[in-house]
Design a protein around this ligand. Structure first.
Ligand SMILES: Cc1cc2nc3c(=O)[nH]c(=O)nc-3n(C[C@H](O)[C@H](O)[C@H](O)COP(=O)(O)O)c2cc1C
Ligand SMILES: Nc1ncnc2c1ncn2[C@@H]1O[C@H](COP(=O)(O)OP(=O)(O)O)[C@@H](O)[C@H]1O
Length: 314
C-alpha cells in the first residue's frame, strides 16, 4: 500500500475512492471499504482512500481537545488490512476549508482520476459541509464517475457511529465499543519511565505515553492483549490517577504483562482492550493493593480465556 501527499497538478492512475474521516474504522466504515474494494475489483482499478491531514477539527478548532478513537498511523495500518491500495493525504488548512463542493469535485476528485466514489449516508463535503451524497451523485452524472452511498449500519436499533463509540469508551463499555467496531478498541503509545514502584510490589508495569489527540477510555482496570516482539501477551492495564500513591490528577496508563520478563522502555505498543474489570480505587497501602493486583490478574486471565486468548498465556 502506498501513502502519498496530494500535491496540485499531479496525475494519477484511475481509481475507486472512498471518502470520509473514518475515526474508529467501525462496522459502518468497514462496509464502505468493502463496497469500494468490490467496485475497484470489478472495474479493475486501484482502490484508494482520501484523508485530510491534519484532522480538519485540529485546524478549525485548535483550542478543542480532539479525542480521536483512531490516530492517523493506525488508520493507515487498518486501511491496508481492508485492501486499500493507496492513501491520499490532503493537506488541510483554513484556506482549503473554503473549498466549495464543486471545487472539491473538480480540483480534487477529478484530478485524482476517480472512476467511482464511495461515501457513507451522512457524508458531507466542501465548505461548511454543504455538499451531501445527493450532490455528489449529480456531480457524478455530470462528470462521468459512479457514486455509491452506503446505508447506515445498525447495532440493534442504533446507528453505529464514531460518536457512539467515543461515548462507550468514555463509559468504559468495552463490549459495546467492540460490537460497533468489529474488533477490540486500542491504545497506542510509547513505554516511558514511571516511578519504579511496580517492580518493588511484584507487578512491574509498562507506563504508556499516548499521542495527545487520542481518546483515553474511562479510568479503571482492563484486560488487554498486545504484540511484543512477534508474540502476543495477555496483561492487565490501569488507567487512572493512582490514588493509593499519588495526590495529583495526572492520568496514567500502565500495564502489567503476564509471563513477560524484559525491557519495554521506548517500545511502541499497540494494546487491544479486551474487557473492563473494575473501577480504580484508593487502597490503604502496598499490602492491600498487591492483594488486589493478584485478584485482578486472575480476573483478567479468566476474561482472556473466555475470549480464546488462552494460547497466549502460560
Ligand atoms: C492492573 C492494575 C490495577 C491497578 N489498580 C490500581 C488502583 O485501583 N488504585 C491505585 O491507586 N493504583 C492502581 N494501580 C497502580 C499501581 O499502584 C501501580 O502499578 C504502582 O503504583 C506502580 O507505579 P509505577 O509504574 O509508577 O512504578 C494499578 C496497576 C495495575 C497494573
Ligand atoms: N511483565 C512485565 N510487564 C510490564 N513491564 C515489564 C514486565 N517485566 C518487565 N517490565 C519492564 O519493567 C518496567 C516497569 O517496571 P516498574 O518498576 O513498574 O518501573 P516504571 O515505574 O519505570 O514503569 C517496564 O517499563 C518494562 O520495561
Amino acid at each position: 500500500m502506498e501513502v502519498c501527499t496530494l500535491i496540485p497538478g499531479q496525475k494519477f492512475e484511475p481509481t475507486v475512492l472512498a471518502l470520509g474521516n473514518f475515526d474508529g474504522i467501525h462496522l459502518g466504515h468497514q462496509e464502505l471499504l468493502k463496497d469500494g474494494l468490490e467496485k475497484a475489483r470489478s472495474l479493475k482499478t486501484l482502490f484508494s482512500v482520501l484523508l485530510f491531514d491534519p484532522h480538519p477539527l485540529k485546524v478549525l478548532h485548535p483550542d478543542r481537545k480532539l479525542e480521536l478513537i483512531t490516530g492517523k498511523d493506525e488508520k493507515i495500518m487498518l486501511f491496508e488490512k481492508f485492501g486499500v491500495d493507496k492513501v491520499f493525504l490532503l493537506p488541510f488548512s483554513l484556506e482549503f476549508a473554503e473549498t466549495t463542493p464543486q471545487e472539491f469535485v473538480e480540483n480534487i476528485l477529478l484530478k485524482i482520476g476517480v472512476v467511482h466514489v464511495t461515501v457513507g449516508f451522512n457524508y458531507s463535503f466542501g465548505c461548511h459541509g454543504k455538499g451531501k451524497p445527493g450532490d455528489l451523485e449529480k456531480f457524478g452524472e455530470a462528470y462521468n464517475f459512479g457514486v455509491s452511498v452506503v446505508q447506515a449500519q445498525m447495532l440493534d436499533d442504533r446507528v453505529i457511529s464514531s460518536t457512539e463509540i467515543r461515548r462507550a469508551l468514555l463509559n468504559g463499555d468495552i463490549d459495546l465499543a467492540k460490537s460497533m467496531m468489529g474488533r477490540a478498541p486500542t491504545i497506542i503509545g510509547t513505554v516511558v519511565h514511571g516511578d519504579g514502584r511496580g517492580r518493588d510490589i511484584g507487578f512491574p508495569t509498562a507506563n504508556i505515553e499516548t499521542h495527545e489527540d487520542l481518546l483515553i477510555p474511562k479510568n479503571g482496570v482492563y484486560a488487554v492483549t498486545a504484540e511484543i516482539d512477534g508474540r502476543i501477551y495477555g496483561g492487565m492495564m490501569n488507567i487512572g490517577i493512582v490514588p493509593t500513591f499519588k495526590t495529583g490528577q495526572e492520568k496514567i496508563i500502565e500495564i502489567h504483562f503476564f509471563d513477560f520478563h524484559g525491557d519495554l522502555y521506548r517500545k511502541d505498543l499497540f494494546i487491544d482492550i479486551q474487557a473492563r474489570l473494575r473501577a480504580e480505587k484508593k487502597f490503604s497501602g502496598v499490602r492491600e493493593i498487591t492483594e488486589q493486583l493478584g485478584k485482578d490478574m486472575e480476573a483478567a486471565k479468566q476474561k482472556l480465556q473466555k475470549q480464546n486468548f488462552t494460547k497466549f498465556m502460560e
